[in-house]
Each structure stands twice: as structure tokens, then as C-alpha cells.
Design a protein around this ligand. Sequence first.
Ligand SMILES: *Cc1c(COP(=O)(O)O)cnc(C)c1O
Length: 474
Amino acid sequence: MKYISTRGQSKPLSFSEILLGGLAPDGGLYLPEIYPKFSAQDLNSMQSMSYPGLAFHIISRFIDDIPKDDLKAIINKTYTKEVYAFSRPQQKAEDITPILKVKDNLYILSLSNGPTLAFKDIAMQLLGNLFEYVLKKENAEINILGATSGDTGSAAEYAMRGKKGINVFMLSPYQKMSRFQAAQMFSIQDHNIFNLSIKGVFDDCQDIVKAVSNDLNFKRDFKIGAVNSINWGRILAQIVYYFKGYLAVAKNNEEVSFTVPTGNFGNICAGHIARMMGLPIKRLVVATNENNVLDEFFKTGMYKPRDSQNTFHTSSPSMDISKASNFERFIFDLIGRDSKKLNALWKSIDQGGNFDLNQEGVFEKIQAFGFTSSSSTHKERIHYIKEIFNQYKIIIDTHTADGFKAAYEHTDENVPMIVLETALPTKFEDSVVEAIGQKPERPESLKHLEDLPQKFEIFDNQVDQVKTFIRQNV
Ligand SMILES: *Cc1c(COP(=O)(O)O)cnc(C)c1O
């Protein structure tokens, strides 16, 4: 299996060759040259598989340069009930992404039972183990540099803590994260995890990361790498739970729909690929919040990213994105993998412009790919948190509430709808209290999280201070 770039100007590479990198040299994103296919018969045979069994069955079709036994061991060590321990009482932790029935034909797929209580753990934990394996084989090291406003950084740190050959330098805005998020990251004591608290906002952190990465000598000398949302390994890991959710709900190869709270389009891109692989998916519903660039696209065919001044801070903050980094992967498939056309479309985007797929004559194809969309306001999210609690005694977080609003709008009669739960409610306690007047239950082991000793260093908003710190600590 080789991986090709959406822009068509980079050499096809194997899985291990693209695992540690970001963008392809031509500025594109990597995708497998073909999608492996699963028939109805295959799906029947996958019914009885455990989560790691299913993950190996699917992931091994995309990786041909890691010996099967090694890959199996990596996957078995990643997906354990000890790591995904925060399932609800009525669920089985060993299902890793257990299903929760809300009512007939409406389900929650719990993706947030890992260490940081958000779905990013599912992919990041696998990435941590794959990175360690590949680095060891090549006798290499990497210093991961990133910026976070909360969720991504903590998922990366929990995945990379204690790993050989890996250091993490994570920048976050000083005193701008929630108390829970800060405690989650800063309480990690491992010697290879460094929290850099920057006196500024998230964009300042991101600018420092860009400045350091653009210093090519520094980047080479200090082996600077990233684990951003365009990493193919993250998408690959996420394909598995669409199969898991499907198999838990469909018993006769019938069609099922999924609703996905969406920001960078990574999660739902995995759903799109699962569908391309033969999973009977009727609808893929893109749920957005007030930052509704993608909702606008799926309704009109016009893709018009916004700048950070026009991106709102909302009560589902992990979806506050106005330029979805994985969107290019879907458009590549939508336009029949025509790299020339893709280059033309993204030339406009990269210059701060937009494109209109009606003019390209391909907007009608969106329906055939199963996509539809919705957006919600804070008031609507609060309404759905209240509604789902009052009717079904289930507490959901604000991101999943975006999903419920979209799911109710796009449910077809007799087609099961699965809403992906992208965070546990305890992570966004304030909105839950606003909606239902009570705090969601915290897992026992996290009850005193905010009281644990914290390890972080405070910096002025200056690139050189960060570089000096990296130099002193690698
Ligand atoms: C990251 C995140 C999302 C958005 O996922 P994408 O893959 O970026 O679309 C949604 N909800 C939560 C809680 C997240 O952490």
C-alpha cells in the first residue's frame, strides 16, 4: 500500500515513511492510493471480533511495512479496558467505544472513555505506540512541538508520556484554559513532557510554533516534529470505530447513519473513508456550532474559510474552527481524485479566497457521498443537554449536543442514527450545570485532579525563550 499526495506532485511513500511527517512536500495531504473494500460477507465475519481484533483486521489492510505480529502487539497494547476505563456503568469498558441506546433507532457511540475524556485519545494513543516503534527501529528521536487550547495537547501528552525517543514541548496560553484542562496537562510529571505556558492567547502559541518550525536549521538540529490533525495515522485509527458502531447496531447489513461533531474534519473524514470501504452508511451528518463554514458549504457548495477575527469562542470550543485542515482529503475524493483540479481550488484557499463547487459542476455529487449538515447555537446546545437528560437520564457534553441537534434534523424513518460522543460531560461542567442545574458525575480517579501538583513553566510571548528552553532540555 502506497500513500499519495492530494496535490499529485510528491513521490508515493509507504506507511512508516509518512507516519512521522506532516504535509507532503508539495503541500498536500496523504491518502492511500486505493481504499481496501469490505463486502457484506466480510462484515458478517467481523461481527464477533473484539475491538483490538477489529482494529487489526482493518488497520493491517493499510500498513504493509510493519510485520503483522508487531502491528498486532502494538494494537493489543493500545486498546485495553485499563486505558479506556471511563465507560458508563451500563457499558463494557473492553468494548473501547461502546454503544449506548438512547431510544429505538437512536444511539450514542462513546468515543471519550480514554485518559483525557475526549475522542482524540483513540487515535493519539495508537500514534504514541506507533511512533515509539518506528523511532526505535530507525534508532531515531523526535521532539514534538505543538500549541493547544486544551484537548489536542492533553491527548498528545497522555499518549507520549514515558515513551522512549520522544519529548513533547506543548505550548498553551497562560491562564486561558479551563481549570480541568490545565490540571489534566500540568499534573503529568513524566520527564519527557514539557508544558510551556505562554503569556498570550492561543494564536500567539501557534505563531511561536510556526516560527520555530520555519527555522529549518533549528528544526533539523533539534529534530522538531508534530502530531497535528492532518496526520494520516490519526484518520486511520478513527476508521475502526465506525465499523465497531455499525456492527453493534446493524444486524442484517442494513444502512445506518452517523452524526459527527466537526471541527477540523478529521473525525468525519474517517467516516467518509469507512463508507468508501463498503460500510453501509446512509448519511454522514456534519454538525457544526456557530462557526458554521462547513454547514454553509454542504448547503450551498461555497467553501469560504474565515480568519481568526471571525471565529467565535463558543461553548463547544473544540469545534471553534473556520478552516478545516482535513477537508482537502474529502474534496479530493469528491472531484474524482483530480489533482490538477484540486491544486486550482486550493490555490484560491491558500491565498485567503474561496471556491464554489456549483461552478465546477460537482456539487450534486455530495448527496451520493451521503453528506448533509447542520449548525447549532449555545441556546440550542443547552436545550438538547436538558432534553436528553430529562427524557433519557443521559448527560451529554456541549459538543455531543451539537450532534444531537443535527441528528434530530436528519434522521430518516427506520434508519438507525448513531451520534458520536466526542467528549464526556465532566470536561464541560459549566454548560452542563447551566442546562440541568447539576454537575455530571466525575470518574473517581479524577475527583481530585485540580489538587495534584502541577509542572509547567511560564514564558513571555517570545520565540527565543522557547527555543532556548528546547535547547536546554533535549
Ligand atoms: C477535536 C474535537 C472535535 C472536532 O473533531 P475534528 O476531527 O477536528 O472534526 C469535536 N469535539 C471534541 C470534543 C473534540 O475534542
